[in-house]
Every structure is written in C-alpha cells, then in structure tokens.
Design a protein around this ligand. Structure first.
Ligand code: MN
Length: 218
C-alpha cells in the first residue's frame, strides 16, 4: 500500500537561505525532522478513520484529542503541515509587504518594523519548543505563538507566516541564541509574497498550505 502523505519539495535549494540558515541545518531539518513526521504520520493513520483524509482535516479532527494515539496523530500531522508552511514562509529573495497586506500592516501594527518586533517577541517568549505566527483573525492581523506542534490552523485561523522556534531550527547555526536566529530570519528571509497570497484567500482559512503536502497518487 502506498503512503498517504509524501514529503513536499522545498521551494528553494538547501543552500539558498545561507548565511541566515545553513544548508546543514536545512538538510537535517527537512530530511530528518520533517521526513520523520511524514513517515510516522503515515504509519499512524494506516487502517484508521483518518486513512484517506486530507492533512488539514486530520489536524482539525485530532486537535482536541484525549486518546493517546490520536494525540500522536495530531502531533505528527500538525508538524507536517507546520513545516510545509514554514519552508514557504522563507525565501532567499528580498520581498516586501505589498497591496492589501501592506495596508493591513499599517492599520493593525503601524509599521512593518513593529510587526517584526512583536513576532520576534512571540518567538522569544515561547518557552520551549513551538512556533511564532502572523495570522489574520476577526478581520485583523495578529501575532500568535504556539507550543510544540500546536497550530492556529487547527482552529480554522488563517495563517500568513510562521517561524519555527524549536531548537533544531537554529541550534547548529546560532546555538542557544534564539533571538539572533529570529532577528536574522525576520529581517532577511521572510516571504512577504507568501503572506500576501495567504491573506488574499478569503474563503478558506486552511488554503495557505493546502497545495504543499499532497496526498500520494491513488
Ligand atoms: Mn522544525
């Protein structure tokens, strides 16, 4: 039986984010961490009611799970989705907020630099492993932080950008200096075009990463 989920390709080559994130970090993070979440998820969902379901549906269906196996399914499914979303939140090409996104940033934060400071604070404040997010919620842009595999998408919140603050995302390049990693990522390689595209999608809060992790061919 073929695997339900496959590891989506990276949107750039593994050296592309240097010197902000090294090829060594990307390689380990993608081929070991992200791949393991995909492989574990495939094993866990086999012959369950989650077999054949879309990734987003599995995340949302298991977000409040109390059963141990369903909690594991949530953790792995959410980490597959979060990593797909993270890779696409980063780009080696310099981008700037434009159009509707730029107006929304001015309206809700005053300036891009304020948004970046708040996103950096959220990443620093997240105790232990987790994620910092730019989301659109209740008609406004907002910053959120989540622990471990938790994701705003699980509650149907529209995600615009994310930054992984698990140690594996930065330890080889920055050791324990999470603030330095955040400063470099947020200042140099955020993909504002991806954020703008996500904001532009009015009808589906989960559409931002929908194309990333494809179900394997039937
Ligand atoms: Mn990670």
């Amino acid at each position: 039986m073929s695997a339900q989920f496959t590891l989506a390709p990276l949107p750039w080559n593994e050296k592309a984010l240097e010197p902000v994130i090294s090829a060594r970090t990307i390689s380990l993070h993608y081929h070991k961490h992200h791949q393991t979440y995909v492989d574990t998820l495939n094993k866990l969902v086999e012959k369950t009611q989650f077999a054949g379901m879309k990734l987003e549906e599995i995340v949302q269906a298991t977000a409040a799970a109390t059963d141990d196996k369903e909690k594991k399914i949530f953790n792995n499914a959410a980490q597959v989705w979060n990593h797909d979303f993270y890779w696409r939140s980063l780009t080696p090409g310099k981008t700037e907020p434009s159009g509707k996104l730029a107006s929304a940033i001015t309206r809700d934060f005053g300036a891009v630099s304020t948004l970046i400071s708040e996103l950096a604070e959220a990443g620093k404040d997240q105790f232990g492993s987790g994620w910092a997010w730019l989301v659109a919620k209740d008609g406004k842009l907002a910053i959120e932080k989540t622990a471990d595999a938790q994701t705003p998408m699980a509650k149907g919140v529209k995600c615009l950008l994310t930054v992984d603050v698990w140690e594996h995302a930065y330890y080889l390049d920055y050791q324990n200096a999470r603030p330095k990693y955040l400063e470099a990522v947020l200042g140099k390689i955020l993909n504002w075009d991806f954020a703008a595209a996500n904001l532009g999608q009015q009808d589906d809060a989960t559409a931002g990463a929908g194309a990333g992790t494809r179900a394997a061919a039937e």
